[in-house]
Design a protein around this ligand. Structure first.
Ligand code: NAP
Length: 286
């Protein structure tokens, strides 16, 4: 049981964690903090948090666990703001989609990485944002990746692991760099492609007709382009090396497909499509 949990950034991810822990009777008081009083009032009205605080240092005072659940670009300022309120026993974690940038932000804000700091990332979400989109079941059966730093103490890691397990998730641990490379490939690149494709179509002269004719395939491929632009702007800029590496690889493969179409090389297209179908069927099911 976490006696006091403070969540900074009570949106989809932070709000869903609060809901899940409340549903599991795994938390006493949930304190919500952030930058927008109206949104925090909404979280209070929905029963997602029990108390709200606009002063971040005050919000973390007395907390057993603090979860930073804002866009990754805000992390450094938030770490600096909460530092005066953290006690030696408070466990600090985050949910950011990039990990090297979060660790660097913590190093800059705290001077050295605290032993109670355990970076994390739930591999769960939707294209919706805000506390009204949060729900208790978001993490059920989903993975949460922890990337403990060289300073993270075993007790802090165990605390964060237990919290996510109580929320219904399966917890795995990996290295920061490995996390950022894998997520660049499986999440950050696909989001970039979805935003880019929809934007290309949206700037065509006959966009009205194009979108009217859009069928299921287009909706499946582009659902994630409805995600929050601010959040994804932050993610792309904060995972730059890994994302650029993946993007270069993808551009090279896309150029080969373009060439195959120009050369009427059906064999090449068939090879790529067959390999891709087999991989997707194997790894993603239906
Ligand atoms: P969200 O629904 O937009 O929630 C973000 C929350 O952070 C909002 O409550 C927002 O408050 C607050 N916030 C934003 N900037 C802030 C700042 N400068 N200071 C204080 N509070 C601030 O976004 P989310 O989907 O929960 O994402 C939160 C984090 O989870 C991100 O780091 C993201 O990378 C990570 N994540 C997202 C997903 C996903 O699929 N959505 C999955 C895994 C991890 P206001 O709106 O009131 O300003």
């Amino acid at each position: 049981m976490i006696k006091q949990l403070t969540i900074i950034g009570v949106g989809l991810i932070g709000g869903s964690l609060a809901r899940a822990l409340k549903q599991a009777d795994a938390v006493g008081e949930v304190v919500g903090a952030g930058r927008n009083a109206q949104h925090l009032q909404q979280a209070l009205a929905l029963g997602v948090v029990d108390r709200i605080e606009m002063d971040l240092a005050a919000a973390v005072r007395g907390a057993n666990v603090v979860v930073v659940a804002t866009p990754v670009g805000a992390a450094e300022a938030i770490f600096s703001a909460i530092a005066p309120g953290l006690s030696a026993d408070t466990v600090l974690t985050d949910v950011g989609s990039t990990k090297a940038s979060i660790v660097a932000a913590a190093r800059r804000a705290f001077g050295e990485l605290p032993k109670n700091f355990v970076p994390g990332h739930p591999i769960a979400g939707t294209e919706k944002s805000g506390v009204e989109a949060s729900f208790a079941e978001l993490y059920k059966g989903r993975r949460v990746i922890l990337t403990p730093t060289e300073n993270s103490g075993p007790q802090a890691v165990a605390r964060v692991r237990a919290m996510w397990e109580q929320a219904g998730a399966e917890v795995v641990e990996t290295r920061v760099e490995h996390h950022d490379e894998v997520l660049a490939a499986t999440s950050h690149l696909p989001h970039l492609l979805a935003f880019s494709l929809v934007d290309t179509l949206a700037t065509l002269d006959d966009k009205q007709e194009i979108f009217e004719y859009a069928a299921g395939g287009f909706r499946d491929f582009t659902r994630i382009a409805s995600s929050d632009p601010e959040m994804w702007h932050d993610i792309c800029l904060h995972n730059e090396p890994a994302l650029l590496k993946m993007l270069e690889r993808f551009e090279a493969d896309l150029s080969k497909l373009r060439q195959a179409i120009a050369d009427n090389d059906g064999d090449y297209l068939l090879q790529v499509f067959t390999r891709a179908k087999a991989a997707r069927d194997q790894f993603c099911g239906e």
